[in-house]
Ligand binder design. Structure first.
Ligand code: DAT
Length: 179
C-alpha cells in the first residue's frame, strides 16, 4: 500500500439528516483546527445539484457525484478534512481514514426533523433510513470494519464525549503515521 502523504487524517461524519452531523463537525473543527468540509456548501458553490422532480421535496438536490469528487479532490489529497454529508460510499477509501456514523433515538430524530419543517413523506423516508440503519450499513460495506465507528448524538454531553474521542483518535493517527 502506498505511504499516506497527508499530514492530517480525513474523517467522514455521516448519518441520516437531523442526527447531528453538522453540530459534530463544527465542534470538531473548532477544537482541532481541521477543516469542516460541508458538502452541501460545495454543491451550492459549484452548482452541481439538480432539483429533484418530487413536488413534495423541491429543495432536495440530486448531486452529480463525479463532479463533486472533482471539486474536493485537492482538499482530500491535502488531508485534514472533516466531511459532512449524508452519504459516504462515494469517497475513495484510499482517501479516508475514519468514518463516524452519527445516530440518535427515533423519537428525537422525528422531533428534530419536524422542527426543521420536513413534510410527512420526507420525514417518513428519513425515519425509515435511520431505523433500517442504512448509513451504518453503507459505511460498513464501503470501508474497512475497523474504520467505522457508531456515535450517539442525543445530548450535549454526547457531543463533548464524541468530539473528545475523535480528537484522541486524531492524535493516535498522527503518531502511528509519523506526522
Ligand atoms: P445534521 O447535520 O445531521 O442534519 P444537525 O447537526 O443540524 O444535524 O442537528 C440537527 C438538530 O439537532 C440541531 O437543532 C441540533 C440538534 N442536535 C443534534 N445533536 C444534538 C445533541 N447531541 N444534543 C442536543 N441537540 C442536538
Amino acid at each position: 500500500m502506498p505511504a499516506i502523504t497527508r499530514t492530517d487524517p480525513n474523517i467522514i461524519i455521516t448519518g441520516t439528516p437531523g442526527v447531528g452531523k453538522t453540530t459534530h463537525c463544527q465542534e470538531l473543527a473548532q477544537k482541532t483546527g481541521l477543516h469542516h468540509l460541508d458538502i452541501n456548501e460545495v454543491v451550492k458553490k459549484h452548482n452541481i445539484g439538480e432539483s429533484s422532480n418530487d413536488p413534495d421535496d423541491p429543495n432536495t438536490k440530486i448531486v452529480d457525484e463525479d463532479r463533486l469528487l472533482d471539486c474536493i479532490e485537492n482538499d482530500l489529497e491535502e488531508g485534514g478534512q472533516i466531511i459532512d454529508w449524508h452519504a459516504c460510499d462515494l469517497f475513495p477509501p484510499s482517501m479516508i481514514d475514519l468514518v463516524c456514523v452519527v445516530r440518535c433515538d427515533n423519537q428525537m430524530l422525528y422531533d428534530r426533523l419536524k422542527q426543521r419543517g420536513y413534510g410527512e413523506k420526507k420525514l417518513q423516508e428519513n425515519m425509515d433510513c435511520e431505523i433500517m440503519e442504512v448509513l451504518l450499513q453503507e459505511a460498513r460495506d464501503a470501508y474497512d470494519e475497523d474504520m467505522v465507528v457508531e456515535m450517539r448524538s442525543e445530548s450535549t454531553s454526547d457531543i463533548d464525549s464524541n468530539v473528545e474521542r475523535i480528537e484522541q483518535w486524531i492524535q493516535n493517527w498522527k503518531k502511528d503515521h509519523g506526522k
